[in-house]
Write a protein that binds this ligand. Sequence first.
Ligand code: UDX
Length: 435
Amino acid sequence: MSAARIVVVGTGYVGLTTGACLASLGHRVTCADVDEGKVARLSAGRVDILEPGLAELVAKGLTSGVLSFVGQARDAVADAEAVFLCVPTPMGAGGAADLSAVEAVVAEIGDALPPGCAVVTKSTVPVGTARRIRELLGRSDVAVVSNPEFLREGTAVADFLGPDRIVVGSDDRAAARRVAGLYRALGAPSVVTDAASAELVKYAANCFLAMKLSYVNSIAELCERLGADIEAVTEGMGHDRRIGRSFLKPGPGWGGSCLPKDTSALLRTAEAARFDFGLLAAAIEENIAQRDRVLAKIAGAVGGTLAGARIGLLGLAFKAGTDDLRDSPALSVASMLAAHGAEITAYDPAVTRELSGLTVVDSAYRAADGADAVVVLTEWPEFRQLDWTFLAGLMRGDSVVDTRNLLEPRVVLDAGLSWQGIGRSSAGVLATSVS
Ligand code: UDX
């Protein structure tokens, strides 16, 4: 594979991971970002994002000279073979994706691009964006290729270097194949298609994951009403290769910077196409209902009244392995509890900053101190290692609500506390063993 000359615009999660990983494959990569301060920090090898392996890859790229950072994208594209657009596409008015950052970059670099260059959308963009970019560029000698990413926060580098597949789409198939060729060293299967299909793959995949989770949370609710055990049920489901074992863990609902945004954007896209995507709408509604169910479970754990109750929260991030609070189910449960007059003290290993409406402390024991109930909201493994007997002695009450089914119920029960999970009860757990 020959080394390509690549420019990556935007150095957030997607952009920096893309730039550093493509450089690690031997390509010569320049990352551009409008934030001059960030460019200076990155040029010095300082990475602000909590992502395992990313800082090391950036340092390696800088040392070997294949990776560099600049402020002006326009100055960097003159000899680029591919320019990856990795700028934010946040949820805009009405829930559709906001493409203003993408359009601004296209306007900035458009006439500076060399003939034969490919403009590659890596950010999550709605179907039709490649066509829109081609119109904005107004150039027949530059191709536009959609190349969605499937990175998960907390495992972004591993996901990039070990992808399940590479998806590329363009109405210029040769350009699509050229972009797929940049990943040849990874040895992953590639899907080469048209731009619209590639753009839709990303949404279809993410929304399917969200629906799978909403379905599992619904089954968990049924388990509670029927006296069944969700762990046994998902174990039984997961053996079916058509279903798969992953993404079957019930919880307080799905969140983060992607699933909520992408489900809402696809729903808007469907509406604009006059398709009533009831299935997706139901998955979103179910996700909201799951948070309400968690709130009701916590209220039940403190005797029915949240006003004046002291709640110790374990976990604020939307999932373990990240400090990201964007659309975090944990944070929305915390604010709902506070809105009902509960007193909240929270601990998260990755979140140390103050947050309005709740007290953030630096240990799980301090969060449990004087609490009527302790609630696990993020699946940080360290919560399993806690001394639950010691923790029980600190609490005012004796209730533990484990919205991630993370803890070993027997350990919590042996500490003299009650344990409630999602889709399983302590009585059921002690009776069931999954071999
Ligand atoms: C997601 C997609 O997985 C990824 O492919 C895409 O590129 C970006 O969006 P991410 O946002 O990092 O990645 O989160 P993910 O690991 O997918 O988790 C999403 C939410 O689902 C989290 O709130 C997580 O806690 C929840 N979840 C996940 C469950 O409740 N149960 C599970 O079994 C898995």
